[in-house]
Design a protein around this ligand. Structure first.
Ligand code: FAD
Ligand code: SIN
Length: 535
């Protein structure tokens, strides 16, 4: 059976939901596919907030300058300027949709300060900003008659006219175009065909490619892998942001301790109790993330310690409960009283700055394919994202993407063609699922050990060999068993891992989040790395 819509949106985080609302307003039929429950997304876990110039003492130039400085020469200044300048308007829309940003007693909006920002400019809803945004957007989607939201549908691969022509179907493939996608309904356990005139990828991040991450399990890089397999340009995958302060525990999932805690004066100390950041950067705890994460890594490597301490004991219980209720409660459940003792923290994989390359309209180089949010690489973040610029980018680019899709659909009289069904009906269920867990463990550990905060060509080459072996094994397995979510995700993770390593090996310098002992300096002219396959 084929489902047919004007526009398909993959993902229900801030990017997908914002875009869907805007494009549906133009009168198009929109279907959002999301692989788990509707709210499950990185967005839902965002703590610190959303950066935008809203105070009298701040201005666009300062926000632009801070973003460019963090991006270490690789930002696209036009992207930075326009996203920063559109921020306040999009924030007003979020507020109008019901996001109640925290206010001070005098009625002004409360602004957090985070690393790399020269001003207090992070709007927040206590320390659960993402949850509040997600709830407001889901409510807006629910009330829109042009939008269908399908939970538990896992997008597998894009359908393009080029792919169909290669498979022998009689389609006009002179101009490449996206025609829809295949999605696996995890409750019905069947692959369904979705036809559309445009597809917007909003699948978020890739945290699960690393052993330790702040990202939830949905972050498996599906959109990047799908775009890559369809032949869209992928950029700057080596720029992996490790958040400096995740709560140390024995588990793989690392609970985030927001940078806003350092913004309120928390101090990093080594196991001897010595504050160490002044030795690395004059901005100390509020230096950009790459600097702080490398400093912690260096302290841990020197002493062999498993973590460092984050100390905010100069603030009392009532203040912490009021300001950071979620973080305070999670630390308490883990056995730490933030008001009375330092808490153990370590860096953890947090955000991908690279991704599917788009212009400032969210358009990829494949007609009909758009990308927005963490999956996309617009040029805003360059080599290192400034804290809280991600939610800002997503909401601004969703608006622009909707405008661009509207123009595309108006300008082109597109049909929604009959597409062939997924082939795979007589394949068996796997009786060797242990391969999935084994290969997934090996992949995550390889990336953690060899493609981490400090890199060398030798470590990267070692990782590349292992990933290539894993890829061969997973590909072979993929074509011989019936699809299931874990297999789909593993196939995507191994593609993403390969892209990260390829880009990292291409970069013969240290810049932003990519730090290599082999090339500690910066090349005079910043260049992008990339990976495209021919369509
Ligand atoms: P997401 O919110 O991750 O949504 C992706 C969606 O795609 C999900 O619904 C997922 O289920 C779906 N999906 C994925 N693959 C498929 C598939 N194959 N088929 C169907 N659906 C699929 N940024 C800030 O700016 N400020 C912050 O304070 C902040 N705090 C953060 C705290 C944490 C713990 C984390 C993990 C991130 C934080 N970030 C923050 C980053 C920010 O939250 C994300 O970059 C942003 O929310 C990404 O939004 P998105 O819409 O692009 O993706
Ligand atoms: C945080 O609250 O520290 C996360 C902010 C971000 O990732 O931008």
């Amino acid at each position: 059976m084929q489902h047919s819509y004007d526009v398909l949106v993959v993902g229900s985080g801030i990017a997908g939901l914002s875009f869907a609302c805007k494009v549906a307003e133009k009168g198009y039929s929109v279907c959002i596919l999301t692989k788990k429950e509707r709210a499950e997304s990185n967005t839902n876990y965002a703590q610190g907030g959303i950066a935008a110039v809203t105070s009298q003492t701040d201005d666009f130039e300062l926000h632009v300058r801070d973003t460019l400085l963090a991006g270490d020469g690789l930002c696209d200044e036009q992207a930075v300027r326009s996203i920063v300048e559109e921020g306040p308007e999009r924030i007003r829309e979020l507020a109008a949709m019901g996001v109640s940003f925290t206010q001070l007693e005098d009625g002004r909006v409360s602004l957090h300060r985070e690393g790399g920002h020269s001003k207090r400019r992070i709007l927040h809803v206590k320390d659960l900003t993402g949850k509040a945004i997600e709830a407001a957007l889901l409510h807006a989607v629910d009330t829109h008659e042009n939008i269908t939201l399908r939970e538990h549908v896992h997008a597998i691969d894009l359908i393009t006219n080029r792919k169909l022509a290669l498979a022998g179907y009689p389609v006009n493939a002179a101009v490449p175009r996206v025609l829809g996608l295949y999605g696996y309904d995890t409750q019905l356990e069947e692959v369904q065909t979705f036809a559309s005139k445009a597809v917007m990828l909003c699948t978020g991040g890739i945290g699960q490619v690393y052993l330790y991450t702040t990202n939830p399990p949905i972050a498996t890089g599906d959109g990047i892998a799908m775009a890559f397999r369809a032949g869209a340009e992928i950029r700057d995958m080596e720029f992996i942001q490790f958040h400096p302060t995740a709560l140390y525990s024995d588990e793989d999932y690392r609970f985030l301790i927001s940078e806003a805690v350092r913004g309120e004066g928390a101090v990093l100390r080594n196991l001897q109790g010595e504050p160490f950041m002044a030795r690395y950067d004059e901005r100390k705890e509020l230096a950009p993330r790459d600097v702080v994460a490398r400093a912690i890594d260096s302290e841990m490597k020197k002493s062999g310690a498993r973590h460092v301490w984050l100390d905010i004991t100069h603030r009392d219980e009532a203040y912490l409960q009021e300001r950071f209720p979620h973080i305070h409660e999670n630390c308490r459940q883990a056995g730490f009283d933030m008001a009375k003792e330092p808490i153990p923290v370590v860096p953890a994989m947090h955000y991908l700055c690279g991704g599917v390359h788009t212009n400032l309209n969210g358009e990829t180089d494949l007609p009909g394919l758009y990308a927005c949010g963490e999956v996309a690489c617009t040029g805003l973040h360059g080599a290192n994202r400034l804290a809280s610029n991600s939610l800002l980018e997503a909401v601004v680019m969703a608006h622009r993407g909707a405008e661009a899709v509207g123009r595309y659909l108006k300008a082109n009289d597109l049909d929604r063609p009959e597409l062939p069904d997924w082939v795979g009906g007589d394949l068996e269920d796997s009786d060797e699922r242990v391969i999935l867990s084994h290969n997934s463990d090996e992949l995550k550990r390889t990336l953690w050990d060899y493609v981490g905060i400090v890199r060398t060509d030798k470590r990267l080459q070692r990782a590349q060999t292992r990933i290539q072996n894993l890829k061969r094994e997973i590909q072979e397995y993929y074509w011989n068993v019936r699809v299931e979510p874990r297999l789909l995700e593993l196939r995507n993770l191994v593609d993403v891992a390969e892209m990260i390593i390829t880009c990292a090996l291409q970069r013969k310098e240290s810049r932003g989040l990519h730090f290599t002992l082999d090339y500690p300096g910066k090349l005079p002219t910043p260049v992008h790395t990339g990976w495209t396959v021919r369509r």
